[in-house]
Ligand binder design. Structure first.
Ligand code: FAD
Length: 387
């Protein structure tokens, strides 16, 4: 006997749960089908276990998409203030970190518990360990699992992206979109550490653990934040941010001395030499980084033109990464269901009425800092208020 609902949501992560809540509050009979043995696994590990659940300065400019205008409507209609109201209603203690990022004081489990409680209140049925074997559409959508059949006139796909496969990430959402004839923007890892090419790795891997504030830039998009050297390359917020913009084979540029006249002390030194340069660079870089970087980049002479070239280089250090650390280490997936296929007001497919895509499976990717969850909440609310 098929189980009949008004709305089937595939994926019990951030977006799927909030959509189910919004639809349930409107009296819809909603089932969430989650293939893992618990909901919200990614929420639980997010923000270092404290879940950076939104950002109070959320703007459309904080998102990447082939259509940069697509996210505007949903973001305007379900804002950080709306999600914060839910957090406050549940008396979850939180704090603001730098740059408007809101984190739980205690644990990310506060957020999953809140979503679970809201689901209960809205009479949402959560079905765990649901192994979906087939999705089809006759007069309604039909979802078969290895043990049951579910039917509903509305199907919401909230299966997330490809990052962190060991937490249950699958290509299910993209495959389903293709099955129904929707286009996909090629996906790639985002918010991910970059791996240096072997010669650079040899030069700089000894700096693993060293970090400094930089302006990192890829595809003309700069971010001023910390950069961290790793054994295989570069990481830290500045690098994670530009990784979402970086295209294979392209260089990245790093300003190691933002806003500084780095070589002024060398020009003024009584003796211009490597020791004077190291002393000057140690004023704004950790000693190990200053010395290693100069070892590989110092000019052959210390003339004014040579120092001008050094000044230029320290503000636009150019490296061509060999690649990224891949989906295993990526926080998000860039690309996904082409936004041209969806209504920006409801997230419903233009071609297939009743079929919705929300959250990370859509080609909308946030910067680091709580923006990816805000997209999950906003897109979920757009669909949940429409199904
Ligand atoms: C380590 C890490 C830390 C992060 N920290 C932050 C942070 O602090 N702030 C922030 O804004 N963003 C953060 N992110 C990004 C954020 O977690 C995601 O953008 C967000 O979870 C996307 O929500 P979603 O509901 O679209 O997808 P998900 O949360 O990934 O949920 C998708 C759900 O669908 C289920 N699913 C997948 N395939 C199937 C299938 N075939 N059948 C049934 N169910 C399926 C999955 O098990 C999962 O429960 C972090 C990501 C990672 C990896």
């Amino acid at each position: 006997m098929p189980q009949i609902f008004d709305v089937l949501v595939i994926g019990g992560g951030a977006a799927g749960l909030l959509c189910a809540i919004e639809a349930g509050k409107r009296g819809r009979r909603v089932a969430v089908l989650e293939h893992a043995d618990r909901i919200g696994k990614k929420i639980l590990i997010s923000g270092g276990g404290r879940c950076n659940f939104t950002n109070v300065h959320c703007q459309p400019q904080n998102f990447l998409s082939a259509n940069p205008h697509f996210a505007k409507s949903a973001l305007a209609r379900y804002t950080p203030v709306d999600f914060l109201a839910l957090v406050q209603k549940h008396r979850i203690p939180y704090h603001e970190k730098t740059l408007g990022q809101l984190f739980c004081d205690n644990s990310a489990a506060d957020i999953t518990n809140m979503l679970e409680a809201e689901c209960r209140a809205a009479h949402v049925k959560i079905i765990l360990s649901a192994k979906i074997t087939e999705v089809s559409r006759d007069t309604q959508f039909v979802v078969r699992t290895d043990s049951a059949e579910y039917r509903a006139p509305a199907l919401v796909v909230a299966t997330g992206g490809l990052s962190i496969p060991k937490l249950g990430a699958t290509s299910f959402g993209y495959d389903l979109a293709r099955q129904f004839g929707l286009k996909i923007i090629t996906s790639r890892p985002g918010l991910v550490p970059l791996v240096l090419a072997p010669p650079d790795r040899k030069r700089y891997s000894e700096l693993a653990g060293v970090s400094t504030e930089v302006i990192a830039q890829a595809a003309h998009t700069p971010f001023r934040e910390k950069m961290l050297f790793t054994h295989r390359g570069l990481s830290g917020p500045a690098i994670l941010q530009i990784s979402s913009y970086w295209q294979e084979g392209e260089p990245i540029h790093i300003d190691l001395a933002p806003g500084r006249d780095a070589t002024a002390p060398i020009r003024q030194a009584t003796t211009r030499n490597l020791a004077a340069a190291e002393k000057a660079f140690q004023q704004f870089l950790p000693k190990r980084l200053a010395d290693t970087w100069l070892h590989h980049n110092a000019p052959r002479s210390w003339t004014n033109p040579a120092l001008a070239a050094l000044e230029e280089k320290v503000h636009a250090w150019s490296l061509t990464p060999a690649g990224t650390e891949g989906f295993e280490k990526a926080e998000v997936t860039v690309g996904g269901v082409d936004t041209n296929e969806l209504s920006s007001k409801t997230m419903e497919s233009r071609k297939v009425p009743g079929l919705f895509f929300i959250g990370e499976v859509v080609d909308v990717t946030g910067h680091i800092g709580g923006f990816n969850f805000q997209w999950a909440w906003s897109s979920a609310a757009a669909a949940g208020r429409s199904v």
